[in-house]
Design a protein around this ligand. Structure first.
Ligand code: ATP
Ligand code: MG
Length: 409
């Protein structure tokens, strides 16, 4: 049997990037031989094994044939006769379809190295169209390598466009899609992921609520970039530049969905878009079964981001309601993430990227002040049950009034 490194390990070594996860393919072996050598089988679907000592992944060379709709609709054929070239041709991109042996001899039948040098993401064969997840994968690699100058080959964009129009994207499970989306959002240029999906018509299928933001104007005084879709891309870009976590990036992507619902005669204003957007945010959250913390923050940011921007003008009672809505007493981290998302929203405007955002410290200070109200003295005064809650609120309001007066004096 022969063992080759494949996929990301070869690609990233040739790009001079650090290699973290190594995928290997085994040619000329049977499952029985692998088991006899102590490899542990993983996954019911694929002939994939873990090395007995290193725990790294070894997959038997295989061919694939599409036999139905969606990912379940695949048949695999692994046998010692399957050649390295046959295994590589089923892979998504030419730069991912190179193999090397332990002497670093390259096998590159589909010219991945040439595309690597030309900075092109190109599909290996027409079989690309057999798995719609590849549309998301290409967009994710575009987001990851945009900084190196990579773009998607026009003929690959065309295939992605056909796949998007075919209805195949709907067959993807929430779990597979979310895995790609969440990884793509954590890349350095997540806005490229959304842009590439949009260019091939996939965004309109996967997240029509986000696609609808393009072409929707906002008032130029607040938003020099005008277009709501472009604004959303800039907010995502800022979130990546500021190394924000996934929760914040997800909330940034969805914060303005309500603007896509504004009747044209009201443009460029978007009255109450915070409220109209909530049902759309909920729908996108549920479509991809986003993790609970992502779902929650997206809804809160959608609802309250304009409160964040107007923080210094809010009445003390409104400020208190905001803090209560976030339960800042028990969930301080979530409020921090809200503040971060608001700041990214403000910075995601053309020409205003560097402008300071004093609302952030003001909101932090307000949360600290409200949190500083102690329960003990109220208990000692004999408050219990709902009356205690009311007394706490009164005290917090007092403290916030003083805070506001001092901070805005
Ligand atoms: P990463 O750095 O994200 O791990 P990778 O290229 O190693 O990138 P993996 O998801 O680990 O990506 O997959 C390893 C290899 O398997 C890929 O390089 C590609 O050749 C192939 N591959 C994985 N998923 C698919 C798919 N859905 N369709 C075609 N080929 C795929
Ligand atoms: Mg990998």
């Amino acid at each position: 049997m022969q063992v080759y490194k494949v996929g990301g390990a070869v690609r990233d070594r040739l790009l001079g990037l650090p290699v973290t996860d190594i995928d290997r393919v085994v040619v000329g072996a049977t499952t029985e031989e692998m088991l006899a050598q102590g490899f542990r089988p993983v996954g019911a679907d694929f002939p994939v094994f873990l090395h007995p000592k290193t725990g790294e992944e070894y997959a038997l060379a295989r061919t694939e044939r599409k036999s139905g709709r969606g990912y379940g609709g695949f048949t695999f054929y692994a046998s010692p006769e399957v050649t390295l070239e046959e295994d590589l041709v089923r892979r998504d991109l030419t730069i991912n379809a190179m193999a090397e042996d332990d002497q670093q001899n390259l096998t590159d039948p589909y010219h991945g190295q040439r595309d690597l040098e030309a900075r092109i993401l190109r599909h290996v064969s027409p079989a690309f169209a057999e798995d719609p997840l590849r549309v998301l994968r290409v967009a994710r690699f575009a987001a990851r390598y945009a900084g190196l100058g990579f773009t998607v080959a026009p003929e690959t964009v065309e295939l992605m466009r056909q796949l998007s129009a075919s209805g195949e994207l709907q067959a993807l499970t929430a779990e597979r899609s979310w895995k790609e989306i969440s990884r793509a959002l954590m890349e350095d240029q997540p806005q490229v992921f959304i842009q590439v999906l949009r260019d091939c018509g996939a965004l309109n299928v996967l997240m029509p609520e986000v696609d609808a933001l393009f072409g929707v104007p906002q008032p130029e005084t607040h938003h020099p970039e005008i277009d709501t879709g472009l604004h959303t891309l800039s907010v995502l870009q800022q979130a990546a530049l500021h190394k924000q976590p996934l929760t914040v990036r997800w909330a940034c992507l969805l914060h303005d969905l309500g603007k896509g619902l504004t009747p044209q005669e009201e443009w460029p204003r978007h009255i109450a878009h915070e409220h109209s957007g909530l049902k759309l945010i909920k729908a996108v959250n549920e479509r991809f079964k986003a993790p609970k913390d992502c779902q929650e923050l997206a809804l809160l940011v959608g609802h309250y981001h304009t409160h964040g921007h107007r923080a210094l003008e809010l009445k003390a009672s409104t400020l208190l309601e905001l803090l209560q809505s976030f339960d800042v007493y028990r969930r301080p981290q979530r409020f921090e993430e809200f503040i971060a998302a608001c700041e990214m929203d403000a910075r995601g405007r053309k020409g205003l990227e560097q402008r300071s955002y004093p609302q952030a410290d003001y909101l932090r200070g307000a949360a600290t002040a409200a949190r500083g109200v102690a329960v003990q003295p109220l208990l000692e005064k004999g408050f219990t049950g709902p009356a205690l809650g009311e007394a706490l609120k009164r005290e917090r309001l007092k403290v916030l009034k003083a805070y506001k007066d001092a901070a805005t004096a």
